[in-house]
Ligand binder design. Structure first.
Ligand code: ZN
Length: 600
């Protein structure tokens, strides 16, 4: 049994009878409601949470968690002052005592079709709970296509560094802009989750794809006390909504593992983003027409060399059976894209995360020699748009530049800058498409930020120890990176005057003030006591490297995300709704409004 507890359904008539009893909220109940919102003192809870905004007609689960085991007959549930059965027609599941913590009631796949305020009030012995939701509808569909770019972890300094390297700057003026710099609409986005100021990519992407807040490591669910990762109360994702309500196509592209948090949150409902075999299965189940990225290890059965599955499920075979063209190299991707009959495309190009553009184009480090035939985000974006746009009903494409975050974590700002340039190039492809398809909404946004900033210019010609080579204010002047190539990348980064880019949070590490030409920076390694200490490799390589004592707890091996606002840019119909400061759940709202997914 899924919940490991006794479950039984409540008959509709008994529910109706219970709910008919008059409600009378007690002082104690109000206190409990207050406490449950602000702390863990009262374990009782309702999901969706207080002030949740819910798209009319979207599917979601209601869960009621009481902090003691009670008789079903003693629970009264009212929605908008009516017995809940008047509005919610699905049969509830009753768990008499969930994980020894009390009784729970779950309604799966609820749909509220009428917009308005909804108040859910639950009365049980010694407990009363209330939440209010805002159910909103949308007007008719305004756009044919949506292309949603996630620059994972892209902070403002990543953009600035990419612009300096790619476009150049002199006498205070940049010689050009990144492709998303000149979009007409922008907003600051708040990224915090339901449980914490600091989000991770599961939680923050889930807010974009469902319009609901959730907790760190969770996607497509509210985090309840369920003991099974997959049993928490679910909310529908935009990919599921599109597949259920329209004839549009869906595309999912990432240069991380496709089972990573951002692509995973398009299609999955789990408490733990680490459920990667499950996420791989959900990608297949989603019916998305285009799926391109890394992470092949979770698509092959465990008997295949390099597989990370614990079963014999062969998802690659299943994609093939479902009519997908399968591609595994850059060349195969190009060929399949140009084949007139390609309508469904599945491509995996790396067992793990793919390599970044600094390594692929210049340094040939990390795993580039092992996997020399990887496409990059621009190739995948171009292919995805070409295949998806064959559908006359339009498409929704999510493209993640995942490696910006993967390089920000280990404080490797040059690699993050190169992948920000690659994101700019990928967005350029979408903008070109929009020139001939103006009914396309393009959104470019980070899911959260990192702590980096540009503080000056390191000048090797300055005398003295390494630290004295950092020029600030007038002493900084300008860096001397060579003019970028046609793709926007400078062919040399270890120049004599380079950006002094520092992160605001970090583990112990050695600051070398030089790019890491031999592979991604590994700032800290586990010491004898299990705590992370500065990686001695860098003092061995460069004897004047500066030891920097970490400002994060010593169990952190890399930099962490920040709560700083993310900067969103957008263009096309509907993009005018982005302005000022917005919550990340409102990005979902703009997308579903543009697509008319909550039309009454
Ligand atoms: Zn991250």
């Amino acid at each position: 049994m899924r919940f490991g507890d006794i479950t039984r359904s409540i008959s509709l008539t008994s529910f109706l009878a219970m709910a008919m009893t008059t409600l009378n909220l007690t002082r104690l109940a109000a206190l409990c409601f207050f406490l449950f919102q602000t702390s863990w003192l009262c374990a009782a809870a309702l999901y969706p949470i207080q002030n949740a905004a819910i798209l009319a007609g979207s599917k979601f689960d209601i869960k009621i968690e009481l902090d003691q085991a009670v008789n079903l007959e003693d629970i009264k549930i009212q929605l908008n002052a009516e017995p809940i059965v008047k509005i919610v027609k699905v049969q509830p599941i009753f768990i008499a005592n969930e994980a020894g913590k009390g009784s729970s009631i779950i309604y799966r796949d609820v749909q509220l079709n009428k917009a308005g305020k909804y108040s859910l009030i639950v009365q049980a012995p010694q407990t009363s709970l209330e939440v209010v939701w805002d159910v909103y509808s949308t007007g008719p569909r305004k756009v044919k296509n949506v292309i949603f770019f996630i620059g994972d972890g892209m902070t403002i300094a990543n953009r600035t560094a990419a612009r300096v390297l790619s476009k150049g700057i002199s006498e205070g003026k940049y010689q050009g802009k990144l492709s998303f710099d000149d979009m007409p609409n922008m907003a600051l986005i708040g990224t915090s989750g339901s449980d914490s100021l600091i989000t991770d990519s599961a939680n923050s992407m889930s807010a974009y794809t469902t319009g609901h807040k959730t907790a760190v490591n969770a996607m497509g669910v509210y985090v309840s006390r369920a003991t099974d990762n997959l049993s928490h109360p679910k909310v529908e994702t935009i990919a599921e909504l599109i597949k259920r309500k329209t004839k549009m196509s869906v595309g999912i592209v990432s240069d991380a593992e496709l089972e990573d948090a951002t692509p995973g949150a398009m299609v999955s409902h789990t408490r733990r983003r680490a459920d990667k075999p499950y996420i791989a299965e959900q990608l297949l189940a989603s019916g998305a027409e285009v799926i391109l990225g890394g992470g092949s290890a979770y698509f092959y059965p465990q008997s295949t060399k390099g597989s990370k599955r614990k079963d014999e499920i062969n998802l690659v075979e299943e994609f093939k059976r479902d009519g997908y063209q399968l591609v595994f190299t850059k060349e195969e991707l190009a060929n399949a894209t140009h084949a007139a009959d390609t309508r469904k495309l599945f491509g995996v190009f790396h067992p793990d995360n793919m390599d970044g553009s600094l390594d692929r184009f210049f340094l040939k480090k990390n795993t580039v020699e092992q996997y020399p035939n990887q496409p990059d985000l621009t190739d995948m974006t171009r292919s995805a748009i070409e295949v998806l746009s064959k559908n006359p009903n339009g498409f929704f494409l999510m493209v993640e530049a995942a490696l910006i975050d993967k390089f920000n974590h280990p404080l490797d700002w040059e690699r993050a800058a190169f992948d920000t340039i690659m994101l700019s190039n990928a967005v350029d492809i979408a903008k070109n498409f929009a020139k001939t398809h103006p009914d396309t909404l393009i959104i470019v946004t980070p899911d959260h930020t990192h702590s980096g900033s540009i503080n000056g210019v390191v000048n090797d010609a300055k005398p003295g120890p390494l630290r004295e080579k950092v020029g600030v204010y007038a002493d900084a002047g300008y860096p001397n990176y060579p003019k970028a190539n046609v793709d926007g990348y400078p062919n040399k980064i270890d120049v004599s005057k380079r950006l002094a880019f520092f992160y605001g949070n970090y583990p112990d590490h050695y600051e070398t003030l030089h790019p890491k030409l031999d592979g991604t920076f590994i700032p800290a390694v586990k010491g004898e006591d299990g705590q992370f200490v500065a990686n001695p490799k860098y003092i061995q390589l460069q004897e004047d490297a500066i030891h920097v004592g970490g400002n994060l707890p010593s169990n952190q091996e890399s930099g962490v995300h920040t709560a700083d606002d993310a900067v969103l840019n957008a263009m096309g119909p509907g993009s005018e709704q982005f302005h000022g400061f917005m919550d990340n759940t409102e990005v979902f709202r703009v997308m579903v409004e543009s697509l008319g997914l909550g039309r009454q």
